[in-house]
Design a protein around this ligand. Structure first.
Ligand code: SF4
Length: 384
């Protein structure tokens, strides 16, 4: 059972699963229910019409919960933002809906919990930059060998309450046109960078023409060979996957890779699967990263269903992240021991390629750290 009481078919294949408890859709398999696009396929309309307050979100979903003054404080710190398509998939009247919980401000966010900070992965602190090279330029992060993360925008299409960048000072850190220009210069000057990762913010909030121009500028740097895009847009606003976007991603000599972000199987409906299918069909390998979140996906049935839907949609499960300990998100944290147990259960249920790597980020480490990964066999590979 999911925390919301919604049963998921643990071994159900695509199209055979039933997510009971969806108000108004007593039995219909979730994937078969084409979610009507409230903005008629206009992704800019989705952005414009996004819900921007918890009050409006609750009214839209007929969710009655006594409003705590700390919720308003949490919203002031990190505003609510939820596009209509994503909201349309939430269950009416259910304050425990796993999609609702990802975007609704909660009173717990205002608690000061030891171990949780505004900069949990050491990105925003520029003081140590010259020594550790984390910030070779404004809007550029270089934490791992061969890769650099370029932030072309601070804007997102949705505000995920658990986001480790929810306090990131984008304005102060040069996430703007000048900052991007300086970042491109820094990438050009560093011959070790093979892959540029566009992140943010969400780079797909930019116009196709802007993305095309940016991809072209990166492609003119000879030592860069790959362009990776981290985005939640294909999941929360699938109409964003336009012909223009696919053309922009595939127009250069760079090998494009897309990493989408879904945490719960209900996010991968037929419309989203079709959007991902178009990305893959255009020749862009697509992966998914999720965050392990208490009350949302911290049970084996939900994670199994999520991975199956992702694989069937051709977005390979890549990472399951242990929550970064960002201030305001402590109530989402799942103990690592429990996370390890969940991954072990996934290994008994799914093919090896469908099990994401369970990782956490440790400040100063040169890669993500696997959480409780089984030791490799002597030959170096497990039998999968
Ligand atoms: S950066 Fe990603 S995880 Fe963070 S709020 Fe934006 S879409 Fe959500």
């Amino acid at each position: 059972m999911t925390p919301s009481g919604a049963k998921t078919g643990s071994n159900a294949e695509w199209g055979q699963d039933v997510l009971a408890g969806d108000a108004g859709n007593q039995w219909a398999p979730a994937w078969q229910r084409e979610t009507p696009d409230p903005c008629g396929g206009d992704w800019r309309g989705e952005l414009k019409d996004a819900i921007r307050s918890g009050k409006e979100l609750c009214e839209r979903l007929a969710i009655r919960r006594s409003r705590h003054s700390d919720e308003a404080t949490a919203e002031r710190d990190f505003p609510v933002l939820a596009p209509p398509f994503f909201v349309s998939k939430m269950r009416r009247g259910d304050p425990r809906d796993p999609l609702f919980l990802q975007v609704a401000a909660a009173a717990e966010e205002t608690l000061d919990v030891p171990g949780f900070s505004r900069d949990p992965v050491g990105e925003a602190d520029l003081a140590g930059a010259p020594e550790n090279g984390v910030h070779p330029a404004p809007a550029l992060l270089k934490k791992y060998a061969g890769r650099a993360l370029l932030m072309p925008t601070a804007a997102c299409a949705v505000h995920c309450r658990y986001c480790f960048r929810r306090h990131y000072p984008y304005g102060e850190r040069g996430v703007n046109t000048a900052g991007v220009a300086a970042a491109l210069d820094a990438i050009a000057a560093d011959q070790t960078i093979r892959e540029v990762i566009l992140s943010g913010g969400d780079p797909l909030t930019l116009a196709d023409t802007s993305l095309e121009e940016l991809a072209g500028q990166i492609a003119r740097i000879p030592h860069v060979t790959r362009l990776r895009v981290h985005t939640r847009l294909p999941v929360v606003i699938p109409s964003r996957v336009t012909d223009g976007l696919l053309a922009a991603l595939t127009a250069t000599r760079l090998t494009p890779i897309m990493v989408v972000h879904a945490n719960h199987p209900r996010e991968i409906c037929e419309t989203v699967a079709a959007a991902i299918g178009r990305i893959v069909g255009a020749g862009v390998p697509t992966l998914n990263q999720s965050v392990l979140l208490k009350g949302i996906n911290d049970d084996a049935d939900t994670l199994t269903e999520l991975c199956q839907r992702l694989v069937n949609a051709k977005a390979m499960p890549y990472y399951l992240h242990q929550l970064d300990r960002v201030a305001g998100a402590a109530h989402f944290e799942v103990e690592e021991a429990r996370g390890r147990g969940l991954i072990e259960q996934l290994r008994t249920r799914l093919a090896g390629y469908a099990v994401p790597r369970y990782v956490r980020e440790v400040v100063g480490k040169g890669s993500k750290i696997p959480v409780g990964e089984r030791p490799r066999s002597q030959a170096g590979y497990e039998q999968l």
